[in-house]
Write a protein that binds this ligand. Structure first.
Ligand SMILES: Cc1cc2nc3c(=O)[nH]c(=O)nc-3n(C[C@H](O)[C@H](O)[C@H](O)COP(=O)(O)O)c2cc1C
Length: 160
């Protein structure tokens, strides 16, 4: 069961922490969107797409890669993110990537989100929000998420 993790994370490398846990569980390589040849996607059973949330959306390079992907069949994808507004406030952040992947024929087998330290803009003045996140509990939940998917248990987990 091979997997590829595609990651866009730059603000505080918050999403990278989640990506590493998931990649370890799958024994998968992590690549940036720029490192991925869209035609290589067919070599993997699972493709995980991870990013911070920027202006209400996942990272632009990830969304642009999704546009370049070929049509696929029987291919499983999952989406994970970190954001300043987490939990149930975060469900809409995955929408555009979810729609792009579904239109290419991917089956979305999981979605994960948790808080990520956020010092964007004026938030910096107050020292930021979601300090210390992702925390140990978030990482544990990410590990459970990865295991569930590997066991064919579709999982949607938005950690408050
Ligand atoms: C330019 C920018 C825009 C952001 N916009 C949002 C947003 O719209 N909603 C939100 O909840 N968090 C927002 N954030 C916070 C990030 O989603 C959060 O810090 C995330 O964990 C960053 O992930 P990263 O460290 O992997 O890049 C924004 C951060 C930056 C730098």
């Amino acid at each position: 069961m091979n997997a590829l993790i595609i990651l866009y994370s730059y603000h505080h490398n918050n999403t990278e922490k989640i990506a590493k846990v998931i990649a370890t569980s799958f024994n998968a390589e992590i690549k940036t969107p720029e490192q991925v040849d869209p035609n290589d996607i067919s070599n993997f059973d699972f493709v995980g797409f991870g990013s911070g949330v920027y202006m209400g959306k996942l990272g632009k390079p990830l969304l642009e890669l999704a546009d370049k992907l070929p049509e696929v069949k029987d291919k499983k994808a999952f989406i994970f993110s970190t954001s300043g507004r987490a939990g149930k406030n975060a469900t809409k952040f995955h929408q555009s990537l979810r729609e792009k992947l579904t239109s290419k024929g991917f089956t979305i087998v999981g979605e994960f989100n948790c808080g990520g330290f956020d010092t964007y803009g004026l938030l910096k003045i107050g020292g930021g929000i979601q300090k210390g996140r992702p925390n140990e509990d978030d990482l544990k939940q990410a590990a459970t998420f990865a295991k569930n998917i590997q066991n064919n248990q579709s999982t949607i987990l938005y950690v408050e």
